[in-house]
Design a protein around this ligand. Structure first.
Ligand SMILES: Nc1ncnc2c1ncn2[C@@H]1O[C@H](COP(=O)(O)OP(=O)(O)OP(=O)(O)O)[C@@H](O)[C@H]1O
Length: 370
């Protein structure tokens, strides 16, 4: 493959950038294991706080990895260590067989796209994108030509002379992406890239990220709180909790076979039941609602939420009902949730207070690690 090695020397500027962009666009770059990203026993302490706890992870070259987890679980610290903005307390980061743990951000083959986009307010879009090349001493003509090509890639060429303040959130994000790509990274690091956008734009930009990832063929590592975002985008979902990795795998595997109770609850759409042989997860759309009987788990309907194609039935154990609605404001609305298709609900409507028996097929009960 005739690929430019970004940033290694000024030599890369000699190769036609236009040819390279065209290759990236029209031929998905075949990534060899040479550019896999590996985190080996990586830890980060801030004083006494253990933010990342001896994690091991391999992200295959060219894949889309999402680091997912609740606030404070160590996602951003992990990303910042990969970027070189934070030094690990122990462990190693290896990219393409090269130990990059202690290299500067500019030397390691990664580029970061920040949550706030961090565009320079006094520079035009074009100048923002060209900035890193300017710092490297690349001539004005050369750097602006390449910046324009990248702006074309993200459909921002017509707004090249605008200042960032005159751009929408989605447009600023595109500029931030073009600016990160100017570094010619092997790995693009994205810190909550969609969190500042409104819900409509977020979904639109999700599709853009997928397209850019497909066309550029480079590795993306994206930090998010959102299960939905991770499921929609990632080849590799990494669920973190208290500084360690609870589960890493393809989105579908994590959703259908959560390894732990934490993953089942965090990914959502699962109910967790205590059974004599241990805890099991049952998807809310696999939970069967039967008339009260000796078999099955007794439950009461707490609330019914119409959600378009499906109706969510919030369920509680009968003992919780006697505590009364106001007993504990912090108590969850439901112990369990069943998702019922709207046509099924219409045939057999349910009302709050109604007694039911919860059942599930053995094949739909997924055993969780103790
Ligand atoms: N600079 C710092 N100094 C001290 N503690 C820190 C620092 N940065 C992070 N921490 C702590 O490390 C832990 C992990 O933080 P980190 O930002 O990596 O989590 P996160 O999962 O990205 O959270 P969020 O989604 O809220 O950004 C938290 O307990 C946090 O308070």
């Amino acid at each position: 493959m005739n690929r430019v090695t970004w940033g290694e020397s000024r030599g890369f500027w000699c190769k036609s950038w236009a040819v390279d962009v065209a290759q990236r666009l029209h031929t998905k770059i075949r990534m060899s294991t040479r550019t896999d990203l590996a985190l080996n026993q990586l830890s980060k302490f801030y004083g006494d706080t253990l933010a990342v706890n001896r994690i091991d992870l391999t992200v295959a070259a060219g894949s889309y990895c999402c680091l997912l987890g609740p606030s404070g679980c160590g996602k951003t610290s992990t990303l910042r260590m990969i970027a070189g903005h934070e030094l690990p307390s122990s462990g190693h980061i290896v990219l393409g067989g090269r130990d990059i743990t202690e290299l500067t951000p500019a030397e390691r083959g990664t580029a970061m796209m920040f949550q706030s986009y961090a565009l320079f307010p006094h520079l035009t879009v074009l100048q923002n994108v060209a900035f890193s090349a300017q710092m490297k001493g690349v001539s004005k003509i050369e750097r602006e030509k390449r910046a324009m090509e990248l702006l074309a890639l993200v459909a921002m060429q017509p707004l090249a002379q605008r200042l960032p303040a005159a751009l929408s959130g989605g447009q600023q994000q595109r500029v931030a992406l073009a600016r990160a790509l100017m570094m010619q990274p092997q790995v693009l690091l994205l810190d909550e890239p969609l969190s500042a956008l409104d819900p409509f734009l977020r979904i639109k930009m999700r599709a853009e990220l997928q397209r850019w990832h497909r066309e550029l063929g480079m590795t993306f590592v994206h930090v998010t709180h959102s299960q939905e975002e991770a499921m929609a985008l990632a080849d590799l979902v990494v669920v973190m909790n208290h500084g360690h990795i609870e589960q890493a795998g393809p989105a579908r595997e994590v959703f259908e076979r959560p390894r732990t109770e934490f993953v089942a609850r965090f990914i959502g759409s699962h109910n967790v039941f205590d059974t004599p042989s241990g805890k099991v997860a049952v998807r809310s759309d696999k939970l069967q609602l039967a008339t009260p009987s000796a078999s099955g788990l007794p439950a009461l309907v707490r609330a019914v939420e119409y959600q378009g194609q499906q109706v969510q039935i919030h369920l509680i154990p009968p003992s919780a009902a006697s505590a009364g609605d106001d007993a504990d404001d912090e108590a969850p609305l439901a112990a369990w949730i069943a998702a019922v298709p709207d046509h099924q609900f219409d045939r057999q409507p349910l009302t709050p207070g109604q007694a039911l028996s919860l059942q599930w097929a053995e094949a739909d009960a997924h055993r969780l690690a103790a």
